[in-house]
Design a protein around this ligand. Structure first.
Ligand SMILES: [Zn+2]
Length: 388
């Protein structure tokens, strides 16, 4: 498909978004962890280097289907996915990790007002309620699915069905956790939220980092795939200057904490960012294809399982067309359930001699593999090739 068929960049408005043709061959996955068909479109903006979907009628129709059937954390009956410390296996919910960092960094004091935009079932607000007990909390969501649940969280005074503009008052913190990657015009969206901040207030944005987590590229309902540089640019174009831009608050994610910088700026990234993004995307799609091939070969010989029940494992489950005997998960809220008709087992429950594929980026994968191999010597754990 020619570049001229693409829409302008939804991050910076530049006319040319170069397609990445090999993307269409890969199956995809939804952000609520359901396998999805191949045939998507991915491109890289020639000006800002932003990696993005083409938000045309085809994509919008797909997204509508995804959201119609949306279920948060269906594999664990609604409990938030923990962030596992790779070496120890100790799970800690992502939201708790983020709020701990806000407290440790001195960005959140003992009292204040916080608005969580796109609060879902209230995971971040629940963590704030525990770790910032002196704060007044509010949330917004586009539907009322979890309204009662969120309103029951201690400290939550408002759960608004609608946009941030509908919530009365101003806030010391406005947070967006895994929201911006779904938004059609991210810079305009950030700019609109500045009106909800008190003078000196902070905006916090948490998004997946596709550079550390290539599986993000496969998520059908993510319209933008962020790298640190692109996130900084999106914030700057929205008139938000980054005070913190971290890749290590939550593994494989980006955290930006910023303050209004006055008007919207004409931010231009360092030259060569298009080339950098294009090369990173190419390497990551190649890594995913190689993984799919290798796992497919391995699945042909005897008892075969996939490690995990989240995005990566569900994508691979689709690529393998269901030729998987079981899932292995360390999360006790998932063990004992079934996922798309296959049992979810603990590592100790997996049949002896089975091969287990770990769809993890190599840095994290090596640590998890070493730990599980020492605990379960009767299983064979396999990792994808190294991600360069
Ligand atoms: Zn752009």
């Amino acid at each position: 498909m020619a570049a001229s068929d693409s829409l302008p960049c939804h991050l910076c408005g530049h006319a040319v978004v170069e397609p990445v043709p090999e993307y269409a061959a890969l199956r995809r996955v939804t952000s609520d962890c359901k396998p999805w068909a191949a045939g998507g479109w991915l491109g890289v903006c020639r000006a800002c280097g932003g990696v993005q979907k083409r938000m045309d009628a085809t994509w919008r129709a797909e997204i509508e289907r995804v959201y119609d059937e949306y279920t948060i954390y269906h594999q664990s009956g609604g409990t938030e996915q923990p962030v596992f410390a790779a070496a120890t296996g100790q799970g800690k919910a992502r939201s708790e990790r983020i709020v701990e960092r806000l407290v440790e960094s001195g960005l959140a004091g003992s009292t204040g007002r916080l608005l969580d935009v796109g609060c879902g079932n209230g995971a971040l607000l629940r963590a704030c309620s525990r770790l910032l007990p002196g704060w007044a909390l509010a949330g917004t969501e586009i539907n009322d699915k979890y309204k009662t649940e969120v309103e029951a969280i201690p400290g939550v005074s408002v759960m608004q069905v609608g946009g941030a503009a509908d919530v009365p008052g101003e806030f010391d913190f406005v947070t967006l956790v895994h929201v911006l990657e779904h938004v059609p015009s991210p810079s305009e969206f950030l700019a609109s939220l500045k009106a909800k901040l008190v003078c000196g207030g902070n905006l916090m944005v948490e998004v997946p980092n596709y550079v550390d987590n290539p599986f993000d590229l496969l998520i059908v309902d993510h319209s933008t795939h962020f790298s640190a540089e692109v996130l900084r640019g999106v914030a700057a174009r929205g008139g938000v200057a980054a005070r913190v831009l971290a890749t290590d608050w939550v593994a494989k994610e980006l955290t930006l904490v910023g303050v209004p910088s006055g008007g919207q700026s004409a931010y231009s990234p360092a030259s060569g960012h298009f080339e950098t993004s294009l090369a990173q995307v190419g390497q990551r799609l190649g890594w995913l294809s190689a993984m799919s091939r290798q796992a497919r070969e391995l699945a042909q010989g005897g008892s075969f399982g996939l490690f995990g029940t989240s995005i990566a494992a569900m994508w691979l489950f689709g690529e393998l067309e269901g030729r998987v005997d079981f899932f292995v998960d360390e999360d006790p809220t998932r063990v004992g359930r079934t996922c798309f008709g296959k049992p979810v087992l603990s590592p100790q429950q997996a049949p002896a001699g089975s091969r287990v594929w770990m769809a993890l980026p190599s840095k994290i994968g090596e640590q998890v593999k070493a730990r599980l191999t020492s605990q379960c010597s009767n299983l064979e754990f396999h990792l994808p090739p190294e991600l360069v």
